[in-house]
Write a protein that binds this ligand. Structure first.
Ligand SMILES: *[C@@H]1O[C@H](CO)[C@@H](O)[C@H](O)[C@H]1NC(C)=O
Ligand SMILES: *[C@@H]1O[C@H](CO)[C@@H](O)[C@H](O)[C@H]1NC(C)=O
Length: 369
């Protein structure tokens, strides 16, 4: 494969230009020498805070075989935007879980890539991502159906998205994780990233120190030296009482408004077919929550062309990989022009055996930082 890195211009919540970064991964050869490469936009999951965690700047190109390596190996051109504020410095900082804005990063990242390697890229494109990126794949499908998105529509012909284990609405997921922990360790690093992001977006109005314990405050300088796995090591073993001194931020008007405008929580109509893949045993983005949002889309917009596949026994990291078999087929069908009929379908995948356990595999590239 070959990799290129780029800087491009995307937009903030006020539609003002801001810089962002991305990488492009191209396969070794073309599946069809006479045609451009079918084009995917890979939307990454939670990476961590700051530049060093931006996928384009990370030796594992977050998230390695869970996404970009597998997609490029399957013969696709992969455009992989870092979300604005992650690979480049902007006053707003790292805008975690801001799906409505990440959708713009998807479109403008692809538009920028076309400026240089346009002749290699198909006009049609599919967006695929996991976790924060699964949410982004879903939000892109929604944002492209909203009015006023002409500039984003210049990215090409959007023909569908794959939302894997989507982290859709943090204000529902975080209380659910606290409830399920039942006083024990929550397994949560994401709230700390989220609180840091809110503080960056609303300076002076929202302060991390108002809501987290001294334990968390003391560890924030450490977590910001590493990325997601450091965050897990530092925070996942803490209970709700050890993490938070006050949970009122989950109802703070700025945060509630954030979920509508920055995260883009709907339900909204879809611009193209949507495939959602979700592990039933996911302890981070819950199958019930994903299915609930899926149902909201389907009941408000019965003309949606949407499928939800549920994976028995799979947790968040295992579900990053096991659905590749199904979603690569789904993506190939979209490029082949196979129609998806109107309506929604929910199906549980049948496993070959029940003798498996959850072992999420993270591949770590050698060398680099
Ligand atoms: C499922 O998720 C929805 C939306 O977050 C929530 O309102 C509902 O209470 C959940 N149901 C169960 C059984 O957890
Ligand atoms: C979603 O809709 C299906 C079909 O109507 C229903 O069986 C299921 O219980 C719903 N799930 C949730 C979480 O609301």
């Amino acid at each position: 494969m070959s990799i290129s890195r780029l800087l491009y211009v995307t937009e903030d919540i006020d539609r003002k230009p801001i810089p962002a970064s991305a990488f492009v991964l191209l396969p070794y050869n073309k599946p069809d020498p006479n045609k451009p490469l079918n084009t995917l936009v890979w939307t990454h999951g939670t990476a961590g805070w700051g530049r060093k965690c931006a996928p384009s700047n990370h030796k594992d190109l977050y998230y390695e075989w869970q996404g970009p390596y597998a997609l490029a190996t399957a013969g696709y051109a992969v455009i992989a935007p870092d979300y604005a504020g992650q690979g480049s410095d902007i006053p707003q900082g790292f805008m975690y879980e801001a799906g409505f804005l990440h959708a713009a990063d998807v479109a403008y990242g692809l538009i920028a890539a076309r400026q240089v390697i346009g002749e290699l890229l198909s006009k049609e494109y599919v967006v695929v991502g996991h976790s924060e990126g699964g949410m982004t794949a879903w939000r892109t499908n929604e944002r492209l159906a909203l009015p006023g998105q002409e500039n984003l529509l210049k990215a090409g012909k959007f023909i569908g998205s794959v939302a894997n284990s989507p982290a859709l609405r943090p204000l529902d997921l975080i209380p659910e994780s606290i409830r399920r922990a039942n006083g024990g360790p929550i397994g949560d690093a994401v709230s700390v990233f989220f609180l840091q992001s809110l503080a960056g977006l609303f300076p002076g109005q929202f302060k991390v120190e108002d809501y987290v314990t001294d334990t968390v405050l003391a560890r924030i300088p450490l977590v910001n030296q590493g990325c997601l796995l450091s965050g897990r090591a530092l925070f996942a073993g803490l209970t709700a009482d050890q993490l938070f001194k006050d949970l009122s931020w989950l109802k703070h008007p700025l945060v509630v408004d954030w979920q509508k405008r920055y995260n883009g929580a709907g339900p909204h109509a879809l611009a193209a077919p949507l495939l959602v893949v979700q592990g039933i045993e996911d302890p981070l983005t819950y199958a019930n929550n994903t299915e609930w949002d899926f149902n909201q889309t389907c009941s408000h917009f019965p003309d949606s062309r949407a499928t939800l596949l549920l994976y028995p026994g799979a947790d968040h990291n295992v579900a990053a990989q096991v659905p590749q078999l199904d979603y690569l087929k789904w993506i190939a069908d979209r490029f082949a022009g196979v129609k998806v009929s109107k309506g929604c379908e929910i199906r549980e995948v049948e496993t070959v055996t029940t003798r498996y356990r959850n072992v999420g595999a993270f591949y770590s590239g050698a060398g680099g930082g």
